[in-house]
Every structure is written in C-alpha cells, then in structure tokens.
Write a protein that binds this ligand. Structure first.
Ligand SMILES: Cc1cc2nc3c(=O)[nH]c(=O)nc-3n(C[C@H](O)[C@H](O)[C@H](O)COP(=O)(O)O)c2cc1C
Length: 205
C-alpha cells in the first residue's frame, strides 16, 4: 500500500508530501515498515485495547493518516453525518476525564471525540432515523480511525462510558458525542483478547 493512496482523499494537491510526511532526514524506517508490512486482516486480528501510553506525542503525519482513514468509512447516503474533535488543550482533556466517569487514561497523547451531526444527513426520513444514521456514521468513522491507528503502530482505547452533556460542555459544542478514541504509543504490547467461537456468533437463518 502506498500511504499517499489514502491521504489523497484528504489532500488533493500536488504538495501532499510537503504537508504530511516527515522531512527526509527525519524519516523513520520503522514508521514506514509499520504500514508497509501490514495487511488489513493482521491489523484487525492484532488490535487490542490499550490504556497505558508512553508520554510522547503522535506525529502529525500519522494523525493526518488517521483522519483520512476515518473519512473513508461509509456514511448514510454519503452525507458524512459526523464530526471529529481533535483535543489538544490540556484543560479540555481533564474535563473529558471527568465526563468519562473519571477514567484517567482518557488523558492520552491523542484524543479524538467522534460526534453525531444529523443535520448533515439530507435524507427525507424521520428525525429519529437520521439520529440513528449519524450515530452509526460517527461510530464507523471511529472504528476506521482505530484500525488505521493500529496499522501505524499506535494503540488505542474506545471510550463509550461518557456523560454526553459534560462532553458537549468540555468541547463547547452542540453536537452529541458518540465515543472518545484515546490513542498513543503503548507502554507495552498486549496480545489480542480471545473471542467466542465463530460458530456461536454466526446465525444462519
Ligand atoms: C461501545 C464500546 C464502549 C466502550 N467503552 C469503554 C470505556 O468507557 N472504557 C474502557 O476502558 N473501555 C471501553 N471500551 C473498550 C472495551 O472494554 C474493549 O474493546 C473490550 O474489552 C474488548 O477488548 P479489545 O478491544 O482489546 O478486543 C468500549 C468498547 C466499545 C466497543
């Protein structure tokens, strides 16, 4: 896979490399190996929730890849009924810990809040259905971001235990949050959790 393939969705310019890649002398072979030696099935199989992160920032170019990946997710009617808040302010992060039932790991190096935006979904359906669509849009985008982050050597934790009103206040937004994705470099690598037998999961009717 060429990293530029996915980024071209976000940056449709000829200067894409100037924007998102580290300068040549800063290039880390390891970073690119993380991507190039990965396939989607390995990413899915090896993803594991992580709540302990190194105290080091995520590179801008990796963030750009994650945002672009989130934006590849399917959305209802193609209307992209979601918004992403990239939280950099330390005080806002602290408020989000509070809004997430005091889960301390919400204060992670990279914090993304995925929100619903049903007003973007221009479909002639009842409001309740549009709400549901935008919830699914935001959820899918977060899931895509989570997988992309794993492919980039990052680890993450999905936070669903949130007080919606407190998150809205912390972000100063009217958009309803669906999840918070907390990301960073893991303190130690964890093995994926065992799952139930596929035969129990699949119901043929
Ligand atoms: C909808 C949803 C809500 C979740 N909420 C939380 C949460 O609030 N706090 C937390 O620590 N983990 C949360 N998780 C992470 C799960 O605990 C984790 O995905 C699960 O234990 C399976 O582990 P795995 O991701 O390593 O496969 C949530 C996951 C999902 C999908």
């Amino acid at each position: 896979m060429q990293p530029s393939d996915i980024l071209s969705r976000m940056y449709q310019t000829d200067t894409i490399h100037d924007k998102v890649y580290p300068k040549l002398e800063e290039e880390s072979k390891q970073d690119f190996d993380d991507i190039l030696q990965t396939n989607i099935f390995n990413v899915m199989l090896n993803r594991r929730s992580q709540r302990k992160f190194e105290d080091r920032p995520v590179e801008d170019w990796k963030m750009d890849m994650i945002f672009a990946a989130a934006d590849t997710a399917p959305t209802a009617g193609g209307f992209q009924g979601f918004e992403i808040y990239h939280v950099t302010d330390a005080q806002v992060k602290t408020k989000l810990v509070e809004a997430a039932n005091k889960q301390p790991y919400v204060n992670s190096p990279l914090v993304l809040v995925f929100c619903m935006n049903p007003s973007r979904v221009k479909l002639n359906f009842p409001q309740a259905l549009l709400q549901k669509f935008s919830l699914q849009d935001a959820t899918l985008a977060a899931a895509y971001a989570q997988l992309a982050a794993h492919a980039l050597g990052l680890r993450s934790i999905w936070i669903g235990m949130i007080d919606e009103e407190k998150v809205k206040q912390a972000l100063s937004t009217e958009y309803v949050p669906s999840s918070i994705l907390c990301l960073g470099y893991p303190l130690k690598l964890l093995h994926p959790k065992p799952k139930r037998n596929l035969k129990e999961l699949i119901h043929e009717v």
